[in-house]
Design a protein around this ligand. Structure first.
Ligand code: AMP
Length: 307
């Protein structure tokens, strides 16, 4: 069982009410793979980096079972750079800079060794690249999950709409679901978005949890109330990694198993926000993850006697 992860590998500059960092490792595929590698190996990464991306980071991902045959290195180019500033609520942020750099010329060539993968996580990235990867796969994966964001809806809406017709699950945040559908009610937004292609839709609501929609059903996973949230960057991608990692590990893509998968995803997101960048994700152990998932179970577990 293998998983392909497509996305950015980047440098980020982040400002939160608790601190500021000028240049740390980030990128959607970086976070997805750190989170997913707790559940599934190998992970076949598809991305592009400049010669400035640290060898040490590549080596530590390789140690976690992440393969780099599909990662293009542009020796004299600069890696994707993103900078964001969080508001006091830590739930909303402004993007200050998006420098595509090497991403602007990315035309992925899928290695033969990536064919036959059963799970495909299309992390946040240009929709044209996401579409190109799907088209290069000779056998359609069992499950294709798509993440995207407002940036791509603004600069490449037609591409976003096209890739939506090709995937099984879409994950976006509440503002993006509203932007994509033009509906304020998340229930109406979900119904409209599912008509655009994906049979399953996950709407992430930051510290207010996540909703999983499928046909007429909806399931809610809370976010763990944490004492300290230092940096929410990558929480969505860590969620995605936990979600698809659990599905790939259990080889079960039913709606019922997706309910468990969004709890696993929420647990991975809760680790991610505890430190700046992916550093907290890099240190968690399987025992930490089990303990955290149990905290989620406790959070929503109650007895009720209906009279
Ligand atoms: P998240 O907080 O889960 O939305 O993910 C944040 C990560 O996504 C950061 O590490 C950024 O490098 C990366 N990122 C930000 N904007 C984009 C974009 N337009 N496309 C792809 N990745 C992005």
């Amino acid at each position: 069982m293998s998983l392909i992860v497509v996305g950015t590998m980047a440098f980020d500059a982040i400002e939160t009410p608790f601190g500021k960092v000028d240049k740390i490792i980030g990128g959607s595929a970086t976070y997805v793979s750190w989170a997913a590698s707790n559940f599934i190996k190998p992970i076949k990464q598809v991305s592009i980096i400049g010669g400035d991306f640290p060898d040490k980071e590549i080596a530590s991902l390789k140690e976690r079972g992440v393969e780099f045959d599909g990662v293009e290195v542009v020796k004299d180019g600069k890696s994707f750079f993103w900078s964001g500033r969080y508001h006091l609520d830590m739930n909303t942020r402004d993007t200050l800079i998006t420098d595509l750099n090497v991403l602007a010329q990315f035309n992925p060539q899928l290695p033969d060794s990536y064919q036959g993968s059963e799970f495909l996580m299309l992390g946040n990235l240009a929709p044209a690249v996401q579409i190109s990867v799907i088209k290069q796969l000779k056998t359609r994966p069992k499950l294709i999950v798509l993440d995207t964001m407002n940036f791509w809806m603004e600069v490449a809406l037609d591409g976003v709409k096209e890739v939506l017709t090709m995937v099984d699950v879409l994950m976006v945040n509440d503002a993006e679901a509203r932007q994509l559908s033009g509906e304020h009610s998340l229930v109406k937004a979900a119904m409209k978005i599912m008509k655009m292609g994906p049979k399953f839709l996950i709407i992430k609501k930051g510290e207010h949890g996540a909703l999983l929609f499928h046909e007429k059903s909806v399931f809610f996973a809370p976010a763990l109330p944490l004492e300290d949230v230092f940096d929410p960057t990558g929480a969505g991608d860590s969620f995605a990694g936990g979600f698809i990692g659990h599905l790939a590990k259990t080889k079960d893509i039913s709606y019922n198993n997706m309910k468990t998968a969004i709890i696993v995803g929420s647990a991975m997101a809760s680790f991610c926000v505890e430190k700046f960048g992916p550093s907290r994700l890099q240190e968690v152990s399987p025992a930490d993850i089990t303990e955290r998932i149990n905290e989620f179970v406790e959070l929503v577990n109650f007895d009720i006697n209906l009279v």
